[in-house]
Design a protein around this ligand. Structure first.
Ligand SMILES: Cc1ncc(C[n+]2csc(CCOP(=O)(O)OP(=O)(O)O)c2C)c(N)n1
Ligand code: SF4
Length: 254
């Protein structure tokens, strides 16, 4: 009897996406990165784009994303992923080209690349993981760090007078002529994960049909950097991140 015959479709509750290989992920327990990786794999498979997807991997905790999803990847220097995505999409217009970036990568080191790539309206998607700090390097303050939030470089909390205001780069992206779809999602619960998956699918469909550039922000947790348990981090995110970074579509050009 084959595996397919043993696992009858009516009995199947969950199947790991084929694009996700068996390598153990290096993320901390409760980290949002792994959930988003799974959604990317599911959407790419469901769209039948396994052979057409090219991801640009970030510098940050998700630097090894290419070890987990079996699609084509190109590594970019810190912050430069959107510029690289532009080049790749122009060379291969029939490919699904997306970047995967943290907030330090996208909203600080690569602010210029992010804004100009989105404003050019190239048919790319940016997946933006906003955990409000620099996770990989030890939880330093990022442009997205909330006012009053303690980090390793703002031990008394972010102060507006000293550090300025948190940057809502997704709101800026929604103002740009080149963007087609700009949305902010999260992955801390089953309903949230379903919505995030739909958002990624829409962005990828736009990228393939030539509607313009797309930004999907995922408000995320960094349990290690925030020094919380995974459960505490999810609750903290809901209480503190969501009021400042409200979820939902900011722009959707049909
Ligand atoms: C130009 C440059 N500046 C700084 C670094 C060091 N660096 C590597 S990862 C990282 C933080 C990444 O944070 P983020 O993009 O928010 O991703 P996360 O780790 O939180 O997922 C930094 C500052 C670098 N590699 N290159
Ligand atoms: S340090 Fe933060 S972002 Fe990095 S793997 Fe751990 S929880 Fe995830």
């Amino acid at each position: 009897m084959t595996k397919e015959e043993i696992i009858k479709p009516e009995n199947l509750v969950y199947r790991k996406p084929v694009l996700m290989n068996d390598n153990s992920m290096h993320y901390c327990p409760g980290c949002s990165h792994g959930v988003v990786h799974k959604l990317l794999a599911e959407v790419i498979e469901e769209m039948g784009l396994e052979e057409k997807a090219i991801g640009i991997s970030p510098v940050g905790c998700a630097v090894f994303i290419y070890n987990y999803l079996d699609i084509d990847w190109q590594e970019a220097a810190h912050g430069r992923a959107p510029a690289l995505a532009t080049a790749i999409k122009r060379l291969w217009p029939d490919r699904l080209v997306f970047t995967y970036q943290g907030d330090g990568d996208l909203a600080c080191i690569g602010t210029a690349e992010t804004i100009h790539a989105l404003n050019r309206g190239d048919n790319i998607t940016i997946i933006f993981i906003n955990n409000a700090i620099y996770g990989m390097t030890g939880g330093q303050m990022a442009p997205t760090t909330l006012v009053g939030m303690k980090t390793s470089t703002s031990p008394y909390g972010r102060e507006i007078g000293l550090h300025g205001y948190p940057l809502k780069i997704t709101e800026i992206a929604a103002q740009l002529e080149g963007t087609a779809y700009v949305t902010r999602q999260s992955v801390q619960s089953v309903p949230a994960i379903r919505k995030a998956k739909k958002a990624i699918r829409k962005a990828f469909e736009n990228s393939m049909s030539g509607k313009g550039s797309n930004l999907v922000e995922i408000v995320s947790t960094c349990s290690s950097g925030w020094k919380m348990t995974p459960d505490e981090a999810n609750k903290w995110m809901e209480q503190h991140m969501f009021p400042f970074y409200p979820l939902g579509d900011l722009k959707n050009i049909e």
